[in-house]
Design a protein around this ligand. Sequence first.
Ligand code: GLU
Length: 565
Amino acid sequence: MDYNKLAELLFPNIDKTPEDYELLYPAREKGIVITRLGPSPTGFIHLGNLYGAFVDERLAHQVAKSDRADAKTGSSGIFYLRIEDTDDKRFVEGAVETVINSLKFFDISFDEGATLPGPGEEYGTAESGNYGPYFQSKRGPIYRAFAKRLVSRGKAYPCFLTEEELADIRSQQEADKCTTGIYGKYAEKNRNLSYEEIETNINAGKSYVIRMKSHGDTSYFKLIDGIRGEISMPGNNQDTIILKANGIPTYHFAHVIDDHLMRTTHVVRGEEWLMSLPVHVELFEKLGFPMPTYCHTAVLMKIDEETGNKRKLSKRKDPELSLDYYRNEGYHPQAVKEYLLTILNSNFEEWRAENPDADIDDFNFTTEKMSSAGALFDLNKLNDISKDVLLKIPAEDLADFLVEWAREFKPNILPLLEDRSYLTKILDLGRDEAKPRKDFICAKQMWDFISYFFDEYFVIQDRIPEQVSDEDAKEILKRYLDTYDHSDDQSAWFDKIRSITEELGYAVKPKDYKKHPEEYKGSVAHVSTVIRIALMGRGQSPDVWSIQQILGEDRLRARISELIG
Ligand code: GLU
């Protein structure tokens, strides 16, 4: 068979050669790390994408500690965005924007590749960099040029098997309990078609795909995965499809061509791709491309609340899988990043304990320290980390963050937040004490915690303690208001509460009440709770005196007067 002639028959319009493309996309600067994110534009961006993107970003941008002194000299690598949009059924309008904006929120940005489209800019054209197009849907001629080369070398062939024939082969294989797919004797018929037969089929308008002609060698090969270390797997023997009947490449082919031509050095992707690795290794070999370093990340798992067992995070059951969740709830990106690092690198927490104030980017991230056995995601742990992270953020910045969150997710409270100095004081409350207040987790919950500072949102949520009768509650508040002096310092203020406590028959020391409950109605704690509820609407809050100083005398008097009527 004259394979060159066959290649011309199948790809008459392809005149560029692989060599042309090699010249067009020259090798990049030696020694730099090139990584990429290759999302499909489905509009759903999840924690796994962020997890992978984070690894990509760190690998490309992290300058090894020893090189840090000359970090400015450009030893940093390149992280680019490639849109894998070969499957137009999954396409969702605005998906590229979603990817870019969602990751930007977490401080992850790309150096190259697809970009945000400008006004009126057509889909698939907004990009930057010299290795594009960065949209697979625009790379058709490139894939075909390489497929043409494989055909011309006898390494790929057209296959005319129909849906029915494929189904028959499959059921036969299942009945014989052998591996399904097109390989060995199942591939023979189409592998061995003559030029004339192929030409006749094509002229008759028969549909066909292009399959690679596998070497069929299933002996084990070895490879070093950046995360998993040495991997040993049986070689591929399937005549895998490289171009579908509509001329569009399969993931396998597009991956190999794109990552080669865009000069990717590290392919970070989910472990679900591990089983196709033998196909990719064979394709790299057949095309004569050097192999990148694969880094197969572990699947994100969680402990199922009902069963207590580990399971994969699920789109249907776990809202926390979607990145939108973190934005809606108002998690601070720094907290999510910090948490991701704890699940990404087993030595991160130890490093953090030793370097509590260091910039997160100073941590030396390595793929070797990544778990290959399912990373466990735990919202409670994220919340704990978030509390620590938020405590370190200055109140002014926290106020900005809350306002930005509100702008997007709770715009009706924006006018209330305009008084920035009031808001900052509120957020700073109780933070510079020896045992600082550490209960802020995310913007939504922060707002919930502080909303009583704003009259429009002030509601009595809790009930007064059962030790205090309604008449006593009123009396406590009346006396409190009568004796209140806004200029009292904390101890003068508390002395007055003590007096009220005593006068009304409550114990000034809670332990006296505990010891002799028959002698008192309750204790100073119950009296204080009544005041708390009157002022804040809730029985628990940071220090009341400090809150009053922020609330101001007018608001305080108005709230209590309203209650005592
Ligand atoms: N488009 C593929 C996906 O969304 C990318 C896999 C890869 O990174 O190679 O799963």
